[in-house]
Write a protein that binds this ligand. Structure first.
Ligand code: PMV
Length: 309
């Protein structure tokens, strides 16, 4: 038996703009994880079971192409390590809400790949795995920036620019956040194509929004590195307003952001693909429980505390 896991992620600044080459900052949420457990299969072949969503999937090797992310993950792993398909059953479970901006797809695929490698006693470097999960992300998202797989695989806060080697983000003082989940799943692929359509229709206006997001990300990077956390809040709220202009917020996300601010959060914004999913609120120890209560009262189905360090 071989068990492996991978964390959820949150984007702190720069989602959507990152698809267009603007820098973004993101961090793992190590307390929320996806797990995969590989055991011998009594029958011939490979089977993936996800009992939480009632799925059981045989992995086939007959076709050229594959449109299932889990199946693609298994095929890529076995090809990379040069092993003929073993008789195994992999059981998946995850604490990460699906389609909520927390990188659930990347985390499940990463845990799956690691568990199979551990079972087969072969090793895959994080660089190789990152490359592989990026290929899988293309099935989920169409044109992913690569930020999800990068944070999930390396499990470190990053300063990320599409197509460049990610830089580990030095965090001068802990960033205390509450993650509020609207409970509304949302397709990142749809949100990304919505932004693309807007960019094509209003390139100057949207280009201006991206430029402002770039300026925000570069400023906060510096503040985070020197531990000037109190300065982040205002920029988070600014980033949220720009994401709203990009049409990727939702009434539920706006309600959670407003509730957090009224309850004393230092800043708040949606995080990830948007149009549903999660938002994050910057809190200090004094204000934390009031903000948590306010988020729940405003409709958050889940509130998770996390620290970026
Ligand atoms: O919704 P998530 O967790 O997949 O995050 C998507 C982040 C985007 O910037 C919207 C897309 C991307 O590929 O970077």
């Amino acid at each position: 038996m071989a068990i492996a896991s991978a964390p959820a992620k949150i984007i702190l600044f720069g989602e959507h703009a990152v698809v267009y080459g603007i820098p973004a900052l993101a961090a793992p949420v190590s307390a929320l994880r996806a797990y995969a457990e590989t055991i011998p299969n009594a029958e011939h072949g490979i089977r993936i079971d996800a009992p939480e969503i009632g799925a059981s999937l045989p992995v086939g090797f007959d076709t050229e192409t594959v449109d299932n992310a889990l199946e693609l993950t298994v095929r890529l792993v076995l090809r990379e390590v040069g092993v003929t398909p073993p008789d195994i059953a992999v059981r998946l479970r995850s604490q990460i809400p699906i389609a909520s901006g927390m990188g659930s797809g990347a985390a499940v695929s990463t845990a799956l790949a690691r568990s199979i490698c551990a079972y087969l006693d072969v090793s895959l470097t994080d660089d190789m795995l990152n490359h592989m999960i990026f290929e899988v992300e293309k099935l989920h998202h169409g044109t992913p920036s690569g930020i999800d797989n990068t944070v999930v695989v390396y499990e470190k806060p990053v300063f990320f620019v599409r197509g460049q080697q990610p830089e580990v983000l030095r965090v001068g003082a802990p960033i205390k956040l509450l993650i509020g989940d609207t409970g509304h799943p949302s397709s990142t692929r749809d949100a990304v194509s919505g932004v693309r359509a807007l960019y094509e229709a209003e390139s100057q206006h949207v280009g201006g929004i991206f430029d402002t997001i770039r300026e925000i990300t570069l400023t906060v990077r510096h503040d985070i590195e020197r531990g000037a956390i109190d300065r982040l809040g205002e920029q988070m709220t600014r980033n949220h307003a720009l994401l709203r202009d990009l049409t990727v917020s939702s009434p539920q996300l706006d309600a959670l952001v407003d509730a957090a601010m009224q309850a004393g959060a230092l800043g708040a914004k949606l995080s990830g693909g948007g149009r549903g999913g999660i938002m994050i609120a910057l809190v200090d120890d004094r204000g934390r429980s009031a903000v948590e209560q306010a988020l729940r009262a405003a409709g958050a189905v889940n509130v998770t505390a996390t620290e970026v360090t």
